[in-house]
Design a protein around this ligand. Structure first.
Ligand SMILES: Cc1ncc(COP(=O)(O)O)c(C=O)c1O
Length: 380
């Protein structure tokens, strides 16, 4: 049987919640389980307000849209400016680009693989020198690891720049430095390969009540609160369906268990692959307890006898899925024109990194088999 990179892992209670959704007679668009989910999400993430949507991408879109509506004057001579992580999935920035923003990309730092605050400070200084206000800083919490929010907010908060954090991959990761200021808003994804999933789905959280209320309205075609259909602005059809909220609630109940399992899996890889030449793992940054959504190897080109791609093909020949680390956004053909602040870290991580099967239902026997195959390729 194929071993996937990060397949869904059912809680077993999805049908119970779905039954409740059916009995409430609300199939769509909203219903009591959506309210329950949003309350659970707000409590879990520590924000006052939460909104459940069809995807993480939709949540990012609504964040950018609200900032443009409220902070970018219509007659301003330049497009809104966003500073974002380059080591990320394209969905981090495609809504901003589609809305006409200029996006400048910031490299990762070695110690966390997340946005480098030193390069961010250069980018902010350059924007200031050009008299370009920054609409938002958009860092990514990568592979279950939080970015350095304390340093990022240390730069952004004094300048009043909102931080919209793409935490799509990091639901359940905990910032452990108690004094860390929260970002303006965070986005999570519940798509099929995430640590918990509703098959699809996105979550938007913030302490900014006006923002979440506006996003809620926009997500339902921006209908005004009157009896007939009245529209003063254009919206989207982005709200999560009541049925998916039921699945999400069942999955939320097992989030802690899934984090424990993924962290244990990571330790399992680390123990079984100890001592192999040129092999390292993604570090855990001191400011968080990561979820280890994915377990990631880093292969040193000088010491390790195979490349990540050769190892990927070897695993694939045994019906095991693995994946290269994100190709940095600045290397994407469609994004090559974007300004980039780099020291080559994300290029190296892309060249050296391989994401290993990380599903929370993997067994010790699966792990033994995967690690045996990795040893075949990497032992000298
Ligand atoms: C970093 C990152 N940003 C955004 C997204 C988009 O989330 P969704 O697939 O729910 O639209 C994902 C998920 O694939 C992601 O990994």
């Amino acid at each position: 049987m194929r071993i996937f990179l990060s397949p869904p892992h059912l809680a077993g209670t999805e049908s119970v919640y779905l039954q409740r959704a059916m009995e409430s007679n609300y199939i769509a668009p909203t219903g009591p389980l959506l309210d329950e989910l949003e309350q659970a999400v707000a409590e879990r993430t520590g924000f006052n307000h939460a909104l459940a949507l069809q995807s993480g991408t939709a949540a990012l879109h609504l964040g950018i849209r609200h900032l443009i509506d409220t902070r970018h004057p219509a007659n301003f001579p330049f497009p809104p400016l966003i500073l974002a992580s380059s080591l990320s999935f394209i969905a981090s920035i495609s809504p901003a680009l589609q809305m006409g923003c200029e996006v400048r990309l910031i490299d990762a730092e070695e110690d966390s693989w997340t946005l480098d605050p030193v390069l961010l400070s250069h980018a902010l200084a350059e924007a200031r020198a050009e008299e370009r206000p920054v609409l938002a800083v958009l860092p990514t919490d990568l592979y279950g690891q939080r970015c350095d929010m304390q340093a990022i907010q240390g730069l952004c908060a004094p300048q009043g720049i909102p931080v919209l954090c793409d935490a799509a991959e990091a639901l359940g990761a905990v910032r452990t430095l108690p004094e860390t200021p929260a970002p303006w808003a965070e986005v999570y994804s519940l798509n099929g390969n995430k640590i918990i999933t509703a098959s699809a789905g996105g979550l938007l959280v913030s302490d900014d009540k006006d923002f979440i209320e506006h996003a809620r309205k926009l997500s339902q075609q921006a209908r005004e609160p009157v009896a007939h259909y009245e529209h003063r602005e254009l919206g989207y059809n982005y709200r999560m369906s009541h049925l998916l909220a039921a699945v999400a609630l069942a999955q939320f109940d097992v989030l802690d268990d899934r984090i424990t399992k993924r962290r244990a899996l990571f330790e399992g890889y680390r123990e079984r692959l100890a001592g192999l030449p040129g092999i390292r793992f993604m570090p855990e940054a001191p400011w968080n307890t990561a979820t280890r959504w994915l377990s990631i190897l880093r292969l040193d080109a000088l010491e390790c006898p195979c490349t990540p791609e050769e190892l990927r093909l070897h695993l694939e020949s045994h019906n095991i899925e693995s994946r290269l680390v994100w190709k940095p956004l600045h290397q994407q053909p469609v994004l090559r024109h974007l300004r980039m602040y780099t020291q080559g870290v994300s290029d190296r991580l892309y060249a050296e990194g391989l994401c290993l099967p990380s599903g929370s239902a993997l067994t010790p026997a699966d792990l033994d088999r995967i690690c045996g195959l990795i040893r075949e390729m990497t032992a000298v």
